[in-house]
Design a binder for this molecule. Structure first.
Ligand SMILES: Cc1ncc(COP(=O)(O)O)c(C=O)c1O
Length: 375
């Protein structure tokens, strides 16, 4: 009798992100399925209430993705051809695509040691054509919105916050999405997910009204068309998935915080990787836990050594957002010099920090990183 070869067994793989759902999500989803009404309805309204509460503003308009949230925010702000929007060069391409879709020009400010856009660098790029500032709260850490707000006020500029990664963050008690139009994502890897989805938060009633029109084909009522709109609606199915996570957002953020602090202690200061700082005046949402590898490190080799140890590491992002052939000759892209962002793009590495990572996993992650760097 022959035996099939045994599958190699090792410690379980630790993915870089993993959504977690429980009975509350199952119950709400079933409720929607049994209601027979699965498109935008009461669940979306309930999620919007939770999102407005999260941002500490009166209005939240749910849409079909974080990208749609950015598109909608730029459209209600009437950003268009001839306008410049100052953003971060170290971000996901959705931020840049949304600016370019409006026919506007993207300018890029450098980042700080905390990976978020630097207000002074933004201020230096303001011209008479500047229309809006679009900071990105990268990895779950808010950009310095107090300083960015001052720059905007001084020059009469709009503010759109790319808060796709920042549910649960705060800066001296103020939440992302409360300084300008806040654009959140509920994509599958985000701290709160509905599979696909997004929301725009605002304290401006006029913006909120127009966002609601734009998301629904410009209809004020049934077949009452008032403007050229879109289908940016979220479904009740998606909203039902996100609601329980929004209700336990403080716990999710605290779990991520615990994992981040533990990783920093376990990695320690002596292996050459620079661990991320937690500013004392902020709640970091720890969407990603990102270290800087020593200059000259072969990052691909580190990633593959971590993979051999069953650890999913991520590179967010390997290049500046505009540093791709399609953008090099794009008339809406100004290749501003951002040396800190360029250095970080070469050296950044993100490690699993989500609530599914247990203390024993954190030990494995830190040890694997240390040994990968030791060579
Ligand atoms: C910084 C940033 N902006 C925008 C987006 C776009 O969000 P979505 O994927 O929901 O369209 C994402 C996430 O994917 C993101 O990480």
């Amino acid at each position: 009798m022959t035996h099939a070869p045994e599958a190699p067994t090792g410690p379980p793989f630790i993915p870089i992100s993993a959504p977690r759902f429980g009975e509350a999500e199952e119950r709400l989803l079933l409720q929607v399925l049994r209601s027979g009404a699965i498109a935008q309805g009461p669940m979306v309204a309930r999620l919007e209430g939770l999102c407005a509460g999260m941002a500490g503003v009166p209005h939240a308009v749910a849409v079909s993705s974080g990208t749609a949230a950015l598109d909608a925010a730029l459209e209600v702000m009437e950003v268009g051809p001839g306008d410049e929007v100052i953003t971060a060069p170290f971000t996901f391409v959705a931020t840049l695509n949304a600016i370019l879709r409006r026919g506007a020009t993207a300018r890029f400010a450098d980042i700080t040691d905390d990976y978020v856009v630097d207000p002074e660098s933004m201020a230096a790029l303001v011209t008479p054509r500047t229309r809006a500032l679009l900071p990105v709260h990268l990895y779950g850490l808010m950009a310095d919105m107090e300083r960015i707000g001052e720059v905007a006020q001084r020059h009469g500029l709009g503010i759109i916050e790319d808060a796709a990664q920042a549910h649960g963050a705060s800066l001296r008690g103020r939440r992302p999405g409360s300084f300008g139009l806040g654009c959140f994502s509920f994509y599958a890897t985000k701290n709160v997910t509905s599979g696909e989805g997004g929301v725009v938060t605002t304290s401006d009633e006029g913006f909120a009204e127009r966002l609601r029109l734009l998301r629904n084909q410009g209809m004020r009522g049934r077949y009452d068309y008032t403007t050229i709109g879109h289908n940016w609606r979220m479904t009740d199915l998606a909203a039902a998935l996100a609601i329980p996570q929004m209700e336990r957002l403080d716990t999710i953020t605290a779990e991520r915080h615990h994992n981040a602090e533990t990783l920093t202690a376990l990695i320690g200061p002596d292996c050459g990787a620079v661990t991320p700082r937690t500013p004392t005046d902020q709640v970091h949402a720890w969407h990603q836990y990102t270290v800087l590898l020593p200059p000259g490190t072969d990052r691909d080799l580190v990633v593959s050594r971590l993979a051999e140890q069953g650890i999913g590491a991520g590179v967010y992002y390997p290049r500046l957002v505009w540093d791709y052939p399609l953008f090099h000759s794009h008339p809406g892209v100004v290749r501003d010099d951002t040396p800190r962002a360029a250095d970080v793009a070469r050296r950044c590495l993100s490690l699993p920090v989500h609530p599914g990572v247990r203390d024993s996993d954190l030990l494995r992650i830190a040890e694997a990183l240390r040994s990968a760097l030791a060579g």
